[in-house]
Ligand binder design. Structure first.
Ligand code: AMP
Ligand code: MN
Ligand code: MN
Length: 348
């Protein structure tokens, strides 16, 4: 990017346009979605780190819940992540990474109105267009690929901190390079060369668990149920996590949905986590058909065809009933849907 790059007007921007907005910023607050995953956190940390190295005031924050997951601290050796309460109140530019809709900014949602410019960098098909400027590509397997394009446009050097943050998001959102094809693998190789050591990084992120997790996990999985007739006959495998387990093992329970999916055949897996009494966070995984983003969006959430989620207040059985109804509806339309797209095979 050159300093002469004109500042883009509101609406869609390309990576050079996004870089121009950031290069001219007084200070930047970068946020990822609530309950950040490695794509949200890695995107935000990589971008803010590059901006700070270039002399722009930059911080990262997440709109809840506190404290941030262990994964975030692993990716943040420089302490660029601040608690939501300490996030700048009036940032010049707000960047929203991996966020498909304004409510997913959580407790920091007021910054959207206060910032002079808001820039969404995202890859959800369900992106709602909530920011003043958008760099959004639903065909990208992870938001970190879009952030990488912005870093290239900024002329930023990818050091080991940035490489590890990007690699974590890339690895996670592509299901360990199962999705994303050669582009993802090529970026992965570049990031390894830039200092992201996969074995060490993945061990730090998810490779170690407390011993007590074995028994807790066994209890959750022993309660799993299979409903072969659900989702239009594709089937549903679900399990529920109680509030005590959800709190004590909050860094470990999200991965259980993958274990459910492995037993679901071509059907759907659902992990229902009761984060506080009567408050549920539901993770859905499948093959892309039926379209889980459709079912999740109908229930107040969103996501991708093969990976989606929603949050809801109620009882476990009430939420299961809502989910069964939406999955049956989504299964009905998917047979006749004209849209067949490569992204349907992507995980997040
Ligand atoms: P998760 O099961 O939390 O890993 O989320 C799977 C996918 O669904 C990710 O792309 C999330 O960004 C998306 N997602 C999860 N929960 C929500 C929600 N409440 N609203 C919108 N998207 C969501
Ligand atoms: Mn995400
Ligand atoms: Mn993502």
């Amino acid at each position: 990017m050159t300093p002469e790059t004109p500042l883009p007007g509101p609406g869609p921007v390309d990576p050079a346009g996004a870089a121009a907005l950031l290069a001219g910023a007084r200070d930047v607050l970068v946020v990822g979605h609530v309950r950040p995953d490695a794509d949200a956190a890695g995107s935000a940390i990589a971008l803010a780190t590059a901006l700070r190295r270039a002399g722009t005031g930059a911080a990262v924050a997440f709109g809840g819940p506190d404290p941030v997951p262990h994964m975030v601290t692993v990716l943040d050796p420089d302490g660029i992540v601040v608690p939501a309460a300490d996030a700048p109140a009036d940032p010049d530019v707000l960047v929203c990474c991996d966020i498909s809709s304004a409510p997913r900014i959580g407790d920091l949602g007021d910054r959207l109105d206060r910032a002079r410019v808001s820039l969404a960098i995202d890859h959800h098909a369900s992106f709602t267009g909530f920011a003043t400027h958008h760099l959004v590509d639903p065909a990208a397997p992870a938001t970190v690929l879009l952030v990488r394009d912005v870093l290239v446009a900024l002329g930023a050097e990818v050091d080991a901190v940035i490489a590890r943050a990007l690699f974590a998001g890339l690895y996670t959102d592509t299901g360990g390079f199962r999705w994303g094809g050669a582009d993802a693998l090529r970026l992965g190789a570049e990031l390894v060369e830039a200092g992201a050591e996969p074995r060490e990084l993945m061990r730090e992120l998810t490779g170690t668990r407390p011993f007590a997790w074995l028994a807790a996990q066994a209890t959750v999985l022993a309660g799993a149920r299979r409903e072969p007739d659900a989702a239009g006959g594709a089937g549903l495998v679900w399990a529920a996590v109680d509030p005590a387990t959800a709190t004590r093992f909050r860094d470990h329970t999200p991965g259980l949905v993958g274990q459910l999916l492995a037993t679901a055949g071509d059907g759907v897996a659902a992990l229902l986590t009761e984060t506080a009494p009567g408050e549920w966070s539901v993770s859905l995984r499948g093959t892309g058909s039926p379209d889980l983003s459709r079912a999740a969006t109908a229930l107040g959430g969103g996501g991708h065809p093969a990976a989606a989620g929603f949050e809801r207040t109620g009882t476990r059985d009430g939420i299961l009933d809502l989910l069964r109804a939406e999955l049956a509806g989504a299964a009905q339309v998917c047979g006749t849907s004209p849209e067949v797209h490569p992204r349907d095979t992507r995980v997040r």
